[in-house]
Design a protein around this ligand. Structure first.
Ligand code: FCB
Length: 477
């Protein structure tokens, strides 16, 4: 792995004609309309309405009001020249309690979205699960319960039967790391539990859900889509003499516990050993790893920043700098004695360090480890404290820091491609400012600003910059 953070401020780099430039969102973060058309409650409704869980006690009840602004948001995508749009489908709109017959109004909404994209020449990339588990399933154990994986396959079958003649690329899960470890380990995400054994059971049932869902989709789709999963693989820099051991542990929990079963058909033995004091892994049943390892056409990569680790000596003051909110539990079961060192800056307003070399390293590493598996950046972007300025022609957001971030990461992606990586596209996070989970509306990731009082959309300078990149297929000067 290379280290360091060379400039990456290139211009003039050209992307191939079939490289898919797009942008990404997720249902709970933008839709609002949580009580409409038969949608059932999800774990994020419950969590965000629990006082003290979210910054300012914000919630997604209205979010960006996208549910009511579908047509104008689609037109906005055309204005920016997007070639793809990565969205997620809210399971509780399709099955309000996570089981049973489909809710027609829910299916109809996503059908309008997909048809609206296709009519505008934009490729639909559909994620089946971006964290909004139906609350009724959580009430019987959520992802700690194997039955949730089976229910997920049924949900995939319903959605596939309806949209499986039109969707270009299916993604089963977004960032199962977050669902499992932040949801059931650290407590920072819904459902907010803090139990290591539960988090590891959730890891397995999410992996299983992926495999079962791919198989279910294949059964019912009639076009020739791609199948994928999106992971937030951690780019880990070891520090000092104990860095290698710390990196092995975090790589195991964050990366290999997913890549292993998904792509190699087995769980890493060292992770099972490291966590033996917490769980005996009996939730993995014979045959499960075969079910999980379904052939996929593409691996989605979400990338924001890096971590640097060493083993904690048990004496020095601890620095918790893994980029995740501290809600009492740990997202690193069995490896609580790994220390996450403060990263060198610069930082985004999330406090996440900006290191485009991490993206290049990650893509090259994946390409070398899994040759022949195409990759796509399914999320990359940055939150900054945007300022709206009134100018003669109206309000503007001169978000030069976001443009700089994107330029440097597109450069990194391009460098990876030059090194042989089969990178198929890039979905910028996010099209719209939105509900940033535990941070509520305090963090703005959009290339389009959203006024949360009027729901007006205002493309920022970064959106114009991106539109120019897409138009010219060359990183603008
Ligand atoms: C990712 C999530 C996405 C968004 C970005 C900032 O972990 O998938 O929904 O919150 O981070």
């Amino acid at each position: 792995m290379t280290t360091g953070n060379a400039d990456y401020r290139d211009a003039g780099l050209a992307f191939p004609d079939d490289f898919l430039f797009g942008s990404a969102t997720a249902a709970y973060q933008i839709e609002g309309a949580v009580h409409e058309d038969g949608r059932g409650p999800s774990i994020w409704d419950t969590f965000s309405h629990t006082p003290g869980k979210i910054w300012n006690d914000d919630n997604g009840d209205r979010a960006c009001d996208h549910y009511h602004r579908l047509e104008s948001d689609l037109d906005l995508m055309v204005e920016l020249g997007l070639e793809a749009y990565r969205f997620s489908i809210a399971w509780p709109r399709i099955q309000p309690t996570g089981r049973g017959p489909a809710n027609e109004a829910g299916l109809a909404f996503y059908e309008r979205l997909v048809d609206g994209l296709i009519a505008r020449g934009i490729r639909p990339i559909a994620t089946l699960y971006h964290w909004d588990l139906p609350q009724a399933l959580e009430d019987v154990g959520g992802w700690a319960n194997r039955a949730t994986a089976e229910a997920f396959a049924e949900y995939a079958r319903i959605v596939g039967a309806r949209l499986g003649d039109r969707v270009a690329l299916w993604t089963t899960l977004n960032e199962p790391w977050c669902s499992a470890y932040l949801g059931y380990g650290s407590g920072a995400h819904a459902p907010g539990l803090t139990d290591g054994a539960t988090a590891l059971a959730a890891v397995h049932h999410l992996n299983l859900a992926h495999g079962l869902a791919v198989a279910a989709l294949r059964d019912v789709v009639t076009n020739d889509p791609g199948y994928s999963i999106t992971l937030n693989l951690h780019v880990i820099r070891p520090s000092g003499p104990t860095g290698a051991e710390a990196a092995r542990r975090i790589d195991g929990l964050a990366n290999r516990v997913f890549l292993g079963p998904l792509l190699e058909g087995e769980y890493p033995a060292d992770v099972i050993a490291d966590t033996a004091g917490i769980t005996d892994w009996s939730f993995v049943r014979p045959g499960d790893t075969e079910l999980i390892r379904q052939p996929i056409d593409l691996l989605g990569v979400n990338y924001y920043s890096t971590v640097t680790v060493e083993m904690w000596d048990g004496v020095s003051p601890r620095v918790r700098a893994d980029g995740h909110q501290d809600m009492g539990g740990t997202p690193w079961p069995g490896s609580e004695h790994v220390e996450f060192l403060l990263q060198p800056g610069p930082y985004t307003s999330m406090g996440w360090n900006i290191d485009p070399s991490g993206l290049e390293d990650l893509l090259v590493h994946l390409h070398e480890a899994y040759p022949g598996l195409p990759l796509m950046v399914t999320e990359n972007g940055a939150a900054f404290d945007d300022v709206v300025t009134q100018e003669a022609d109206g309000p503007v957001v001169h978000d030069l820091d976001r443009i700089d971030y994107l330029r440097r990461h597109f450069t990194a992606a391009h460098r990876a491609m030059t090194r042989g990586v089969d990178l198929r596209g890039y979905q910028v996070w996010s099209l719209l400012d939105n509900f940033e989970w535990g941070y509520g509306y305090s963090k703005r990731f959009g290339i389009v600003r959203v006024d949360y009082d009027t729901f007006e959309r205002l493309p920022k300078d970064s959106a114009r910059w991106y539109a120019e990149l897409i138009r010219a297929r060359v990183i603008p000067g």
